[in-house]
Unconditional design. Structure first.
Lengths: 177, 189
């Protein structure tokens, strides 16, 4: 459950798992409702766009801007552009900076994908391994808890047998020791 | 005696310049940290490799001479804003030059027909032209958010505004660009 901290004015999360799950469900439900009724995919919005030439034109224009931005982003540059730009920029710096080992490194620098992008190809296998580990852990926890249950149940059965055969007092003496 | 004094002066000069150089090593570190993002942004704004190299060089030259070779407090913000402004100036200069040339060539409008409206090069050029015409605060957000692909929080940090304000500015910028692009299409028709 999310509530507002009066002292700081920031939201904080209560530790109860049940209530936080409920909150999450409510948030998801609200999001679904608002997006289905107020989003661009909502039926009444789509109907309006079809019948209103002004909105239709506006939507097309915004779509065109987004398309142009995507095209702009998708255009690749030469692989050595960073290298050339660095070389040109270092060329106007002071002599001692130009001769620094870091400058040599920068002159030969090529664009590298970010760590997240580099790791993205391993996400599938990492997810598989994580799933296997989770299953193993669950199995292990399940086995151990079942063994404990067997032990306590067995002890109770034996205790019951002794109570019925030799009496409660003797049985208590035997099992309390 | 005089010769010795001159020698000492040279040594003093050398040691001072050495200290200055040592203090300016952060320029190379900044180039290493932000160079790639900056080149990507400049390439998307300008679309010409030589122009990218020129603006990049100009940015780091300005950084090296910032307030008598002092280190700016927020290097990333400084670099991105200087580069963005330089790129837009270059874009404006280029479009003015193109306009001047195109008026001399008769029948330019006929060449831009509705058929090439979806031509990617034409779309990019039109968008670049309109981005250069945007008001400064909207243009900065579009350049940093869409062309440099920074998060709204980073954009807000660089421009000194909140992430929510950056979101609003981007929305306004897109609307304005859409209106301008639509107007241009109508004028052509």
């Amino acid at each position: 459950m999310i509530s507002i901290n009066k002292n700081k004015g920031t939201p904080f999360r209560k530790s109860q798992n049940g209530s936080s799950n409920k909150c999450r469900q409510i948030r998801a439900w609200l999001h679904n409702i608002t997006s289905s009724r107020l989003g661009l995919d909502a039926d009444w919005v789509q109907n309006h766009i079809v019948n209103c030439p002004r909105c239709h034109r506006r939507l097309v224009s915004v779509g065109k801007v987004n398309l142009a931005l995507s095209v702009m982003k998708s255009q690749p540059h030469e692989l050595d552009l960073l290298m050339r730009a660095n070389t040109q920029a270092i060329g106007v710096l002071k002599h001692s900076l130009r001769g620094a080992p870091k400058a040599q490194k920068l002159r030969a620098m090529r664009p590298e994908p970010k760590l997240f992008e580099r790791c993205s190809k391993y996400t599938h296998s990492v997810a598989n391994v994580a799933a296997c580990i989770a299953i193993l852990l669950l199995m292990k926890i399940g086995i151990f808890s079942s063994m404990d249950k067997f032990q306590t149940k067995g002890q109770k059965v034996v205790e019951q047998y002794y109570v019925s055969q030799v009496g409660e007092d003797l049985a208590d003496e035997v099992f309390s020791a | 005696m005089f010769g010795k004094a001159v020698n000492y002066e040279l040594i003093w000069d050398f040691s001072v310049s050495g200290a200055v150089d040592e203090r300016q090593r952060w320029i190379l570190s900044a180039m290493q940290s932000y160079g790639q993002e900056l080149v990507t942004m400049l390439w998307r704004i300008l679309g010409n490799e030589q122009d990218v190299c020129d603006v990049y060089q100009n940015t780091f030259l300005q950084l090296a001479h910032y307030k008598s070779r002092q280190k700016p407090e927020h290097i990333k913000a400084y670099i991105f804003r200087v580069a963005g402004n330089a790129a837009v100036s270059m874009l404006r200069h280029r479009s003015a030059e193109k306009k001047r040339l195109s008026t001399a060539i008769v029948g330019r409008k006929a060449a831009i027909s509705t058929a090439n409206e979806l031509d990617s090069k034409y779309l990019q050029e039109t968008l670049r032209y309109h981005i250069a015409q945007l008001p400064g605060h909207l243009r900065d957000v579009i350049m940093l958010r869409d062309l440099a692909e920074l998060s709204y929080a980073q954009v807000g940090g660089i421009l000194g505004i909140s992430a929510a304000t950056a979101r609003v500015y981007r929305c306004k910028a897109i609307q304005l660009l859409a209106v301008w692009m639509d107007k241009e299409r109508e004028e052509r028709e």
